[in-house]
Design a binder for this molecule. Structure first.
Ligand SMILES: NC(=O)c1ccc[n+]([C@@H]2O[C@H](COP(=O)([O-])OP(=O)(O)OC[C@H]3O[C@@H](n4cnc5c(N)ncnc54)[C@H](OP(=O)(O)O)[C@@H]3O)[C@@H](O)[C@H]2O)c1
Length: 283
């Protein structure tokens, strides 16, 4: 999908969902567009779901700190979306890089939301032969990177009655063969979100987990299969309509726009054609 298509499909979705919710039968606003001063940090904003999330939030009135390693991608996003985007190139697996990024973020003002989207799968080998290095990289990124960013921004998020949001995966709900390393890391992310939610009870903070099933993004499966385009394409082959990055972005936008006192604990979202990782309809 092209960048242009991405931008076009986000804006109407955001509008459609905000308007009916604002006129709920109870006469209360169930979903609130951002007030224009709200600032969200989106990790993994240089591609896929993170980039789509940045677009959806900006279209909804948020300021977005777009964080990832590839500065040129973030700069392109900032050019596309304008002043509402603050690009910050950082590696969340690296303590000093993450610390410097957080100091820059906090110097720029309050933070209302952290969207932990940076992550990915590396390899699809059985437990018996899986690469320890692949597992370590997934743990460093998906588990410890998410933990690191969450820990560093939690005090600021508490001050602003903010939200920690984690993009985990249905891989964190039901494991599958060849997926032990990725699934274990996504189980860990979901547990982190759930336990943080319990530990934050009584504090002015929400914790949201979004667990997507199959989402067709440009890079996710390419990374998983170490750049093997044929293997990456086979993941989505014949599936009528895998989810798009924009579908997940809309879930993020909707969850964040709920009133501060409404915590969307968990969203599990899959394409209609996918009942589970191993039960997928293909034409
Ligand atoms: N696609 C799916 O089917 C699917 C399904 C369920 C869940 N998810 C989850 O959704 C999230 C996004 O997936 P996606 O499909 O959008 O994949 P993607 O396009 O590969 O995005 C991954 C993002 O993470 C960033 N990243 C990687 N390593 C990083 C690091 N060390 N520090 C900072 N940023 C880093 C990448 O940017 P840089 O390379 O520029 O750093 C990129 O922006 C992941 O957590 C994934 O596990 C995806």
């Amino acid at each position: 999908m092209t960048e242009q298509q991405t931008t076009q499909s986000v804006t109407p979705a955001a509008t459609q969902h905000v308007t009916p919710a604002a006129t709920s039968p109870a006469g209360q606003s169930a979903s609130q567009p951002a007030d224009g001063d709200q600032r969200a940090v989106v990790t993994g904003a240089s591609s896929g779901i993170g980039a789509a999330t940045a677009r959806a939030l900006v279209a909804d009135g948020w300021h977005v700190v777009a964080l990832a390693r590839r500065a040129e991608r973030l700069d392109a996003l900032a050019q596309e979306l304008g002043d509402a985007v603050e690009p910050i190139a950082a590696d969340i697996t690296d303590e000093s890089s993450a610390q410097a990024a957080v100091e820059t973020i906090l110097a720029g003002g309050p933070v209302k939301a952290l969207v932990n989207c940076a992550g990915g799968a590396i390899g699809k080998d059985p437990v018996a032969t899986a690469s320890i290095d692949d597992w370590r990289a997934m743990y460093e990124l998906n588990v410890l990177g998410t933990l690191r960013m969450t820990q560093k921004l939690l005090p600021a998020l508490k001050k602003s009655a903010g939200t920690v949001l984690v993009i985990s995966s249905t891989a964190g709900i039901e494991p599958y063969e060849g997926g032990a390393g990725y699934c274990a890391s996504k189980f860990a992310e979901r547990v982190m979100a759930r336990v943080l939610r319990l530990e934050m009870i009584g504090e002015p903070i929400r914790v949201v987990d979004i667990s997507p099933g199959m989402v067709h993004t440009d890079e996710f499966s390419m990374h998983r299969f170490h750049g093997d385009a044929a293997k990456a394409a086979a993941v989505y082959a014949g599936v009528p309509d895998p989810l798009k990055a924009e579908d997940i972005a809309e879930c993020v936008r909707w969850a964040l726009d709920q009133p501060d006192t409404v915590d969307i604990d968990s969203i599990v979202v899959r394409p209609r054609a996918e009942g589970s990782y191993t039960k997928v309809f293909r034409k």
